[in-house]
Design a protein around this ligand. Structure first.
Ligand code: NAX
Length: 308
């Protein structure tokens, strides 16, 4: 039998956490033959709710779940973890300026970076979900210099999956037959969902999305804005932000990172740019006019090839 993998979820008492931890415990993230031990971190005001989530995990009697650590102590939460999914953070509230949210998140991500750097398992893989995801990932990278930059990523897979979903709806094909969209830019409304290399598996073989859609106006207009603004549309409809789709995409991100993508398929992840794809290496200074300690836009997404 395989040794259990320790998976940390921060902000585990929140709505994404509530959708995510049962997926991990069922094997959606790491495979149905991979036992897991869940580490859940939240802040003291959420401690009771966090304990309630732990009670439900026990009640669900997941065969793969070999243990649960539920804590408000970052060091205890980070100790020995192989995978860290950072969902906790300070949300932007009405009337708050972006820089106020930034300074709160800088202190949160600085402390959690140190806890991970000192106590996580070697080669721990980190996925930042909490917004601003790209910037929080950069902060974590800056304050955990001994963790290789390539092990620190942020979630843009939800945008990638949203783009696949829109193409599948437009063409009335199965979403599993659509592949190789790319999300460039930040996880924000400035992102660019790119269909120029995307294909659909048809009875007559793989066809480019552009050839099948035959509607460049839609592809260059409504498709892009729908993907860019999907988060806002979900909030409008649900009165809550995306949770099940974010949790599912976080599982997809880690699964493909650890287990690889199918031959000929790539996916989008936010990574620290090494200069690939003609994207400038290192932090981008596009938004330095916003007063924060660190440049924004710093972790640039790229498609991940199977071999990486
Ligand atoms: P919730 O407010 O439901 O949950 C957040 C949880 O984090 C709460 O339980 C809170 O107590 C906890 N928390 C706050 N500070 C913490 C700290 N210092 N350490 C540990 N836990 C802490 O938000 P939810 O809807 O679950 O969203 C979580 C984050 O995901 C938000 O920042 C949100 O903006 C972001 N999202 C990112 C997406 C992406 O694609 N990158 C999409 C979905 C989502 O909007």
């Amino acid at each position: 039998a395989k040794e259990p993998v320790r998976v940390l979820v921060t902000g585990a008492a929140g709505q994404i956490g509530y959708a995510l931890v049962p997926m991990i415990a069922r094997g959606v993230m790491l495979g149905t033959d991979q036992p897991v031990i869940l580490h859940m971190l939240d802040i003291p005001p959420a401690a009771e709710a966090l304990n309630g989530v732990k009670m439900e995990l026990v009640d669900a009697a997941f065969p793969l779940l070999k243990g649960v650590v539920a804590t408000t102590d970052a060091v205890e939460a980070c100790t020995g973890v192989n995978i860290a999914v950072m969902v906790g953070g300070f949300p932007r509230k009405e009337g708050m300026e972006r820089k106020d949210v930034m300074s709160k998140n800088v202190s949160i991500y600085k402390a959690q970076a140190s806890a991970l750097e000192q106590h996580a398992a070697p080669n721990c893989k980190v996925l930042v979900v909490a917004n601003p995801a790209n910037t929080n990932a950069l902060i974590l990278k800056e304050f955990a210099p001994s963790i290789p930059a390539k092990n620190i990523t942020c979630l843009t897979r939800l945008d990638h999956n949203r783009a696949l979903g829109q193409i599948s709806e437009k063409l009335n094909v199965q979403v599993s037959d659509v592949k190789n969209v790319i999300i460039w830019g930040n996880h924000s409304s400035s992102q660019y969902p790119d269909v120029n290399h995307a294909t659909v598996n048809t009875a007559a073989g793989e066809k480019p999305v552009r050839e099948l859609v035959k509607d460049d106006a839609w592809l260059n207009g409504e498709f892009i804005t729908t993907v860019q603004q999907r988060g806002a549309a979900i909030i409008k409809a649900r009165k809550l932000s995306s949770a099940l789709s974010a949790a599912s995409s976080a599982c997809d991100h880690i699964r493909d990172w650890v287990l690889g993508t199918p031959e000929g398929t790539w996916v989008s992840m936010g990574v620290y740019s090494d200069g690939s794809y003609n994207v400038p290496a290192g932090p981008s200074h596009t938004h330095v006019s916003l007063k924060c300690f660190l440049p924004f836009n710093s972790v640039l997404p790229r498609p991940l090839a199977l071999s990486e």
